[in-house]
Design a protein. Structure first.
Length: 312
């Protein structure tokens, strides 16, 4: 498998980690999930992300899960693995393991202890040192990490760490950040890297307009993001926005802090992608009211898709 580079684009779906009703990794569901993602037309798959409950897996489980997904994908698309860790030794160990298994690159989020711009830059310089030649994705998700990374800091990291090849952009609000990064690369002030966006696709059409190369997030309807990126690339802006509008209510509901992953796994289970909607503890569970609301949103989504002549 070729290594991840600055030209990556499209939809790199953030994969869930399926669990059985007893909390063990569900490898049968993993098979179905991988096949589902591939059939949806994704460009890549990202495992061990925050929404993949990476922090709830042991090191051995993480390695085993990545190895299993890589074998199932069979080089069909590149795979990125999250390797964020409190220490560089554990990060480097997992990164080497997943790359040896066939991943194209790794993803790193900053620890919540970083406070100043210099600390952030130094952290990613040290990350690059410990990862060696392994290409990595800088995950900018301040709503989760509580680390604010400015455009200037990102450009400093890009300039000093050639192995940083992608930004996973999840700042909110952050459209201006995409514009500023693209402007800097156009004027030659900074090296151009790939920008894939997250937040469940909530701002995907605007982010593509601003210069993003695609999405890296885990919304339970990856075909929506694939369709929007394709329509946008072909200049069919009305179709891209019609698709976005059809799915927006569910995307909005899924973005509730603390509840989002439970919603996503419920929908994946309803779609037959995974057998159980299980989250590992600590977890949030859906009540009857939430389930009723999700079912209403799904029914109305199907109605809107039929109205615009899209897939159901």
């Amino acid at each position: 498998m070729a290594r991840l580079d600055e030209h990556a684009r499209g939809v790199y779906i953030i994969a869930a980690t399926p669990f059985t009703d007893t909390g063990d990794i569900d490898f049968d569901s993993t098979d179905r999930m991988v096949d589902f993602y591939l059939s949806s037309g994704v460009t890549g798959i990202t495992v061990l992300g925050m929404m993949g409950e990476a922090s709830k897996l042991t090191m051995e489980e993480s390695r085993k899960f990545v190895r299993y997904v890589v074998a199932r994908v069979k080089d069909a698309v590149p795979i990125v693995a999250g390797v964020s860790s409190p220490g560089f030794v554990g990060m480097a160990e997992l990164a080497k393991s997943v790359m040896d298994d066939g991943c194209a690159g790794v993803m790193v989020a900053p620890p919540h202890t970083l406070r100043t711009d210099d600390q952030i830059v130094q952290y990613f310089q040290q990350t690059a040192k410990h990862l060696g030649p392994i290409p990595f994705v800088l995950q900018d998700f301040p709503l989760s990490t509580n680390v604010q990374i400015t455009t200037g800091v990102i450009n400093r990291i890009i300039a000093s760490t050639p192995t940083c090849v992608m930004l996973k952009h999840e700042d909110w609000p952050g459209l201006h950040k995409i514009s500023a990064l693209r402007q800097a690369s156009k004027t030659g002030e900074a090296r151009r890297i790939s920008i894939l966006v997250g937040n469940g696709g909530m701002f995907l059409t605007e982010e593509l307009d601003r210069g993003a190369d695609g999405a890296m997030t885990g919304f339970a309807f990856p075909e929506m993001m694939v369709g929007i990126c394709k329509a946008h690339a072909e200049g069919h802006m009305d179709l891209a926005r019609d698709l976005f509008d059809a799915y927006l209510p569910l995307m909005r509901y899924e973005q509730q802090p603390g509840l989002g992953l439970a919603v996503r796994k419920y929908v994946l289970a309803k779609r037959g992608v995974v057998k159980w909607p299980t989250l590992r503890e600590p977890r949030t569970s859906l009540g009857s009211a939430e389930i009723s609301e999700i079912e209403t949103l799904l029914a109305r989504q199907t109605k809107r898709l039929k109205e615009i002549g899209a897939w159901t």
